[in-house]
Design a protein around this ligand. Structure first.
Ligand code: S3P
Length: 167
């Protein structure tokens, strides 16, 4: 499994789709599966049960997807904060897509579909999460000022020598 982690706006979904296409693997996104499972969008899950309800579902879905068939998996920006999710990432290729806070905000803008953007302490949450991304990452790719294609090419170059070892 190749897992993409990083803050909102890091490009996990865009790069993940490109990468999956190039590798001939399915692309999976935890948020999409969570929405299918819950039968409603992320912002409504937050509105109804708060962040804890979303995190519980997110952990359950992530654990299932990690145990499934090989794919490129984009993890929601807060996913690695769950200790059991972080532990479950061991043994997978985990790519941390690094983005600076200003560029992240430029990319996601005022997205109504991302409830965390309304959190007054978002800059602090960003700073707090960085260590978590680094802790689970097999390696890190910088994305600031770079195109999704360039980021994808970096990942492919890094994966190539290890192809035989992937499961
Ligand atoms: C979240 C990020 C979102 C989504 C949810 C919460 C977060 O995913 O899981 O809105 O806490 O950072 P993306 O990182 O794909 O935007």
């Amino acid at each position: 499994m190749i897992v993409l982690v990083g803050f909102m706006g890091a490009g996990k979904t865009t790069v993940g789709r490109l990468l999956a296409g190039r590798l001939g693997l399915p692309f999976l996104d935890t948020d999409t599966v969570i929405e299918q499972r819950a039968g409603r969008p992320v912002r409504e899950i937050f509105a109804a049960g708060g962040e804890p309800a979303f995190r519980a579902l997110e952990h359950q879905v992530t654990a299932e997807l990690l145990a499934g068939s090989p794919a490129v998996l984009a993890l929601g920006g807060g996913g690695v904060q769950h200790p059991a999710t972080a532990a479950a990432l061991a043994g997978h290729d985990v790519v941390y897509l690094e983005v600076g806070y200003p560029e992240s905000m430029d990319r996601v803008g005022r997205d109504e579909l991302r409830p965390m953007l309304r959190n007054a302490g978002l800059a602090e949450i960003f700073r707090h999460r960085l260590a978590g991304y680094q802790a689970v990452a097999t390696w890190t790719v910088t994305t600031d000022g770079r195109s999704p294609e360039a980021v994808c090419a970096d990942i492919l170059a890094r994966l190539a020598p290890a192809t035989d070892l992937r499961g």
